[in-house]
Design a protein around this ligand. Structure first.
Ligand code: CO8
Length: 273
């Protein structure tokens, strides 16, 4: 198990790789916990910096094949950006410090990310959950973009990702009124992978991550990239991207292994090359 060096200020995330599971370490899976439960895991710039660095370090580690992100405590995944910090920003400070560039770095993580959400995922918290590739929600989960109630609007992807996930009519309602949406409503509109009882959220996310981690790593990276292109490219370009990626995987040992194992009726042994 590795811990992130807290540096000068106490760490606001915890990193465990491999993740601790009920029956011991979950091989190939890392767990990141947003750890400011007293303020509902509000995301300040330092937390996002720590998170980005940790994700990039795990992404570079071949032993890590899937990453689960969750929030400490039972009340929240994250209740949004830290409003105390946001309140003192100006256009100049935002432009100068460009803290939001880290969201692009999170988007570039190639290892599959799974959000395990209990309680509130609001504002930047909802945006972080939506930046993940899959989302397990507890019955108590509440999703929303309440920034409008603070006199602003989503700024880390909410207007784009929520709209792509649940459609314009619903997204517009949530963004313009700040209403939150429960887990079942979120599931019905395609925001979440599945809803489980609150006390099963983490185990369910780790199980999903473990299933992904057991797949051939290069095919996983290529497939994640291709699915994510569906949100960005037109159909023709997306199909072309998919086809190129498919062809490329025929240069891997894992393609030969996977197909040989099928013929020989045995489990494959992936090499990651
Ligand atoms: N920032 C800072 N502190 C917070 C936040 C937050 N987002 N949310 C809750 N807290 C703090 C409260 O101030 C309180 O602290 P204290 O005990 O010191 O007063 C503690 O957490 C517990 O919260 P409450 O007492 O308010 O708990 P309630 O159950 O009464 O209410 C709510 C829960 C409804 C969630 C309420 O706390 C709330 O409205 N929070 C703000 C939610 C919100 O507006 N989120 C959006 C923030 S803006 C945003 O996310 C923009 C994203 C931009 C990109 C991201 C960059 C990192």
């Amino acid at each position: 198990m590795t811990d992130v060096d807290p540096g000068e200020r106490p760490a606001s995330i915890r990193v465990a790789s491999p993740a601790p599971g009920v029956d011991g370490p979950v091989e190939g899976v890392a767990l990141i916990t947003l750890d400011r439960p007293k303020i509902l895991n509000a995301l300040d710039f330092a937390l996002i910096a720590e998170l980005t660095d940790a994700l990039e370090a795990l992404d570079a580690d071949p032993a890590c094949r899937a990453i689960v992100i969750t929030g400490a405590g039972e009340r929240a995944f994250a209740a949004g950006a830290d409003i105390r910090e946001l309140a003192i920003q100006s256009p100049a400070s935002l432009l100068r410090d460009d803290q939001f560039h880290r969201w692009e770095r999170i988007k570039r993580i190639r290892t599959p990310l799974i959000a395990a959400v209990r309680g509130l995922a609001l504002g930047g918290g909802c945006e972080l959950a939506m930046t993940c590739d899959m989302l397990i929600a507890g019955e108590s989960a509440q999703f929303g973009q309440p920034e409008i109630k603070l006199g602003v609007m989503p700024g880390a992807g909410g207007t784009q990702r929520l709209t792509r996930a649940i459609g314009k009519a619903k997204a517009m309602e949530l963004v313009l009124t700040g209403r939150t949406m429960g887990a079942r409503e979120a599931e019905a509109h395609g925001l979440v992978t599945r809803v489980v009882p609150d006390d099963a959220v983490l185990a369910s996310a780790l199980e999903l991550a473990s299933a992904v981690a057991a797949m051939p790593p290069l095919a996983v990276i290529a497939a994640k990239a291709a699915v994510n292109r569906a949100e960005e490219l037109g159909l023709e370009a997306g199909l072309e991207f998919e086809r190129r990626s498919f062809y490329l995987l025929f240069s891997t040992d894992d393609q030969r292994e996977g197909m040989a194992a099928f013929k020989e009726k045995r489990p494959p042994a992936w090499k990651g090359r």
